[in-house]
Design a protein around this ligand. Structure first.
Ligand code: ZN
Length: 244
């Protein structure tokens, strides 16, 4: 069985549409949270996702929009986006977000937004924090989002000690997952932050145990125009042109 792995859509409908057009047709979706926040189309993104067979967990921005965290913890731009989204969200969209859980397990994979230790907030940027996460995992592997940076952490043993290595993802061909336990991050659909402006996602094959990192261009200008019209923060409009 193959799955489409998406994360951090962040209300960017143009990016989500481009990913769904680019991806192999008919695959069920695993979404790792932060459907909303930052972008101009929160309701449309939730509605589009619901048209597909999918599983989804909650992210920190979804959590914030539901009023479950104090937005004073967010930077001013993120806070503004959360409040703007709250005003715009339909009751149906809010109901959808409310039923999302913190983590799911599917076969050998745990799905969380941040990390297995802290599903909402912890960012896995470094091998050190990823290594600690493996001990919290009840499954062999994990899929995480939240950093908006696609990457792979592999746990391996040497002289009786455990080490964690951060590896690059190769684009354009399925890579075998046969070298130990992994934590995989598909990157962000709607706000990539690895210097590449293209929407980022992955295809996971549980029969072959392969993982394919994929990127696709989307109509960035369309998203930026809608954000401008909505008077969303300038910095979040500009960053889409650079991928930071
Ligand atoms: Zn995010």
């Amino acid at each position: 069985m193959r799955y489409l792995v998406l994360s951090d859509i962040h209300s960017n409908l143009a990016a989500l549409q481009a990913v769904l057009e680019d991806a192999p047709a008919g695959l069920p979706i695993w979404c790792l949270g932060d459907i909303v926040g930052y972008g101009p189309n929160p309701n449309e993104c939730i509605e589009l996702l619901q048209r597909y067979e999918h599983e989804c967990i909650v992210g920190n921005h979804d959590w914030a929009v539901m009023g479950k965290v104090d937005v004073e913890d967010f930077n001013p731009d993120a806070k503004h986006s959360v409040e703007w989204t709250q005003d715009l969200l339909t009751a149906a969209s809010m109901d959808y977000l409310q039923q999302l859980g913190l983590r799911q397990e599917h076969g050998p994979f745990t799905l969380v937004h941040g990390s297995p230790r802290d599903p909402i907030w912890e960012y896995l940027f470094r091998p050190g924090s990823a290594r600690l996460s493996f001990s919290e995992l009840e499954t062999e592997h994990a899929l995480v989002g939240h950093t908006h940076v696609p990457c792979k952490f592999t746990l391996y043993q040497q002289n009786g000690e455990q080490y964690c290595e951060m590896g690059r993802l190769v684009e354009g061909a399925p890579q075998p997952l046969d070298a130990g336990r992994v934590i995989l991050n598909p990157g962000s659909v709607g706000q990539p932050r690895d210097g590449d402006v293209r929407a980022s996602y992955a295809v996971l094959d549980l029969d072959e145990m392969t993982y394919e990192h994929r990127r696709v261009y989307y109509d960035i200008k369309r998203t930026q125009e809608l954000m401008n019209k909505a008077k969303l923060p300038e910095r979040n409009i500009t960053r889409l042109s650079y991928g930071w």
